[in-house]
Every structure is written in structure tokens, then in C-alpha cells.
Write a protein that binds this ligand. Structure first.
Ligand code: SF4
Ligand code: FES
Length: 247
């Protein structure tokens, strides 16, 4: 495949940045999107030009490091992580525009790399679980209703990639925050701090400059782990209960 790539280049947080155009030739449709960028970077390196900075780690859809906006869609045309996107999702001759996540809470470090540590600080604001679980207990020592276990597991699948923020017109981090609140609050060990956790995490989300949720749903549409939109309803319910309890 021969492709035209339009890639956002930005030297640093203060640089203005602009789209630069590159041609890549002979890309296998079996290669991954990031391997295609690796090929381009090798060519740039050989020409003595600065390679494109982009983030990745596991390249297995686990770590959440790799997200970019491809043709206007967070993680591109498939509902998966950027590293799990393959070139067979594109056609020979395509023009592909690649940009970083854009949100006040995710300042650009360089080119396609953004600083997502705001998500870590939201998790940190949630605090720790104080229940002393002691030594390794039998798996069935603390009964958890099947429905709660499955829902907590579903929410725990969030990898903190930030696509939900990048896709949201308000740059809200509600899907991410709600996934964490739902995951921890449904399990018995996470219940004692549930209300305090909801309030602290939401306050931190606001402090980091993320917007509010207005139920548009773009977040869930691009989430590579298919975190459902109704975790946000759960967070709002917990927030209401926290207010009633005066937390
Ligand atoms: S909720 Fe989905 S899109 Fe948002 S950070 Fe988690 S995995 Fe990524
Ligand atoms: S590089 Fe780890 S999820 Fe993509």
C-alpha cells in the first residue's frame, strides 16, 4: 500500500505545531498501524530528519499508552487500541491524518505524545482501600453477587488510554472516572470508602481541567474496552447518595 500521511508535528508544549505531509510506500496490509509509523520513522532517520514522536509500550492493547486520533476518530476506524489497529483497515492511496489527543487535561509533550498523568492523579485522589484482607483468603470467603462481580470486572477493563476524553466534545473524563468508581465501589472491600472516593475523584477531575459530561456518548463509542455508558449513571447515583450522607 502507498499512503499519504498528514501528521501533527509539534516540537514541545509551547510550540505552535502544524500538520506535515509524508509519503510511505510498500506498506503491508498485515502490518500494524504503529509498525507503519516505525517504517516512516526509519526513513526519516535515514534522511537525517527528526523521527515522529509517538507513544507505545505493550503493543498488545493492555497498557493504554498508544492512543492517537486517526482521521478524526480516537484510535481510528476500528473499536480497538491504536496498537491493535492494522493496515488492512485502510486502502491503497488513502490519505491518513494523525493527531494527538486534544484536551486541556492532556498537554502535548511532542508531536503525537501527550501527558496523561492527570488520569493517574484522578486514581490517586480515590485513595486506598482500608479493609485489611489479611493473608490469602479462600476465594469464596467473601461472597460477591455474580452480577456485581461481572459488572466490577467489566469496569476494571479500563486501561486508562484517554480515548474517551479525546472523543468527548467537552473533553470530559467521566467514562474513565466512572469506570474506576464502579469497579472499586461494587466490591465489598471497596465499599467503606465509596462515597468519599466518588467525591474526591470528581473534584480532581474538575481540577485537572476536564469538562463535564453532557451525555453525548462519544466516549463509549470509541472506548477500546467497551466500557458501557451506564457506568456514568452509576457514578451520578453514588454522588447523589454521597450528598445525602453529607460526604
Ligand atoms: S474508559 Fe475506555 S476510552 Fe476511557 S480511558 Fe478507559 S479504556 Fe480508555
Ligand atoms: S501500546 Fe499498550 S495499549 Fe497500545
Amino acid at each position: 500500500m502507498n499512503l499519504t500521511l498528514r501528521i501533527w508535528r509539534q516540537n514541545g508544549p509551547e510550540d505552535k505545531g502544524a500538520i506535515h505531509e509524508y509519503q510511505v510506500k510498500g506498506i503491508s496490509e498485515e502490518s500494524s498501524f504503529l509498525e507503519m509509523l516505525d517504517v516512516l520513522n526509519e526513513e526519516l532517520f535515514e534522511r537525517g530528519e527528526e523521527p515522529i514522536a509517538f507513544d507505545s509500550d505493550c503493543r498488545e492493547g493492555i497498557c493504554g499508552q498508544c492512543g492517537v486520533v486517526i482521521n478524526g476518530i480516537a484510535h481510528g476506524p476500528e473499536v480497538t487500541t491504536t496498537c491493535q489497529l492494522h493496515m488492512r483497515s485502510f486502502n491503497d492511496g488513502d490519505v491518513i491524518t494523525i493527531e494527538p489527543w486534544r484536551a486541556q487535561g492532556f498537554p502535548i509533550i511532542k508531536d503525537l505524545v501527550v501527558n496523561r498523568s492527570a488520569l493517574d492523579r484522578i486514581i490517586q485522589a480515590g485513595g486506598y482501600i482500608s479493609v485489611n484482607t489479611g493473608g490469602a483468603a479462600a476465594a469464596d470467603a467473601t461472597p460477591v453477587p455474580k452480577q456485581d462481580a461481572e459488572r466490577a470486572f467489566e469496569a476494571a477493563a479500563c486501561i486508562g488510554c484517554g480515548a474517551c476524553v479525546a472523543a468527548c466534545p467537552n473533553a470530559s473524563a467521566m467514562l474513565f472516572t466512572s469506570a474506576k468508581v464502579t469497579h472499586l465501589g461494587l466490591l465489598p472491600q471497596g465499599k467503606p470508602e465509596n462515597y468519599r472516593r466518588v467525591v474526591s475523584m470528581l473534584n480532581q477531575m474538575d481540577e485537572e481541567g476536564f469538562g463535564s459530561c453532557s451525555n453525548i456518548g462519544e466516549c463509549a463509542a470509541v472506548c477500546p474496552k467497551q466500557i458501557p455508558l451506564d457506568v456514568i449513571a452509576n457514578l451520578n447515583r453514588q454522588l447523589g447518595k454521597a450528598a445525602l450522607k453529607g460526604v
